[in-house]
Design a binder for this molecule. Structure first.
Ligand SMILES: [Zn+2]
Length: 273
């Protein structure tokens, strides 16, 4: 029987803790290292719906991308979302582990999975990780095999990502040709001033707010900078779960790794004007 402890060592090899940001909270959240593991479900966010789905699927462990508990916890009051989630996990005997920024930076991490889904070539990080070798670091930049109109690239992204209410939003002309694509799964507005982003033809990320996006758009107009493509945060990271399940299955063939398809994007519908 495989133990949580063995799973934790494989996870350390796959997404070393040294790759995590200092503010992050990663690793085992719920469970005992002596517990056994037969079926691991992967998800972006831990919510009661995700836990119910994992329980129904017979999973006894969850690997989540986003930390359920990131800041100081003083209560697991079950009337709160987080307290309820922790209690549900314990009652269902489902362990929980977080792989967050440590899973962003690795060579088969979150942004890298998106780059591969878009079939980019010569992929490298937007910002290389200071302590590691190879293709690790934040975000990815690479080339499309053939220059493609921006609108077609956006439609391709829409087919790669799971469906969400807000879909894919684009700042740039539909017909503009795109060869070099920068991307960052999850919130990527902190990378807007990076040279690898500014010299691309399009930058795909999530959670772009009005002011950074509008300032970038005006700069891009005058300097021929990249178009912006804003996608769902959850969807952009969900693509990585299949890569993670594949890589962990290769390392632990006796354990089942499956992907939760419960949508945890927070938006339910869009009114188009
Ligand atoms: Zn995220």
């Amino acid at each position: 029987m495989t133990t949580v402890n063995e799973l934790c060592s494989i996870i350390e090899q796959t997404w070393p803790a040294a790759g995590a940001e200092s503010w992050d909270s990663i690793g085992l959240v719920v469970g005992h290292r002596r517990d056994t593991v037969t079926h691991v479900r992967l998800c972006v966010d831990v919510t009661p719906d995700v836990i119910a789905d994992a329980h129904a699927a017979g999973a006894d462990f969850l690997i989540a991308h986003h930390p359920l508990l990131l800041r100081g916890v003083t209560s697991i009051d079950e009337e709160t979302y987080k307290g309820n989630s922790v209690a549900l996990l314990i009652r269902h005997r489902i362990g929980l582990l977080t792989a967050h920024t440590n899973a962003d930076v690795v060579s088969r991490g979150v942004s890298d999975s998106l780059a591969r889904a878009l079939e980019l070539t010569d992929v490298e990080p937007i910002v290389a990780h200071p302590h590691s070798v190879g293709h690790s670091g934040i975000g990815r930049v690479g080339n499309l095999v053939t220059p493609t109109p921006l609108g077609v690239v956006a439609r391709r992204i829409a087919t790669i990502l799971p469906a969400t209410a807000a879909g894919v939003r684009v700042s740039g002309e539909y017909e503009r040709l795109v060869s070099r694509v920068a991307l960052c799964g999850g919130a990527g507005d902190s990378l807007l001033s990076e040279p690898q982003v500014r010299t691309a033809d399009a930058y795909i990320t999530s959670d772009l707010r009005h002011h950074p996006a509008s300032e970038f758009r005006e700069w891009a107009k005058s300097e021929n900078g990249p178009a912006l493509v804003d996608v769902s945060h959850w969807a952009s990271e969900w693509v990585w779960l299949a890569t993670a399940a594949h890589d962990l299955t290769e390392r632990m063939p006796s354990v089942v790794f499956s992907v939760s398809d419960v949508r945890t994007d927070p938006w339910d519908f869009l009114v188009v004007q």
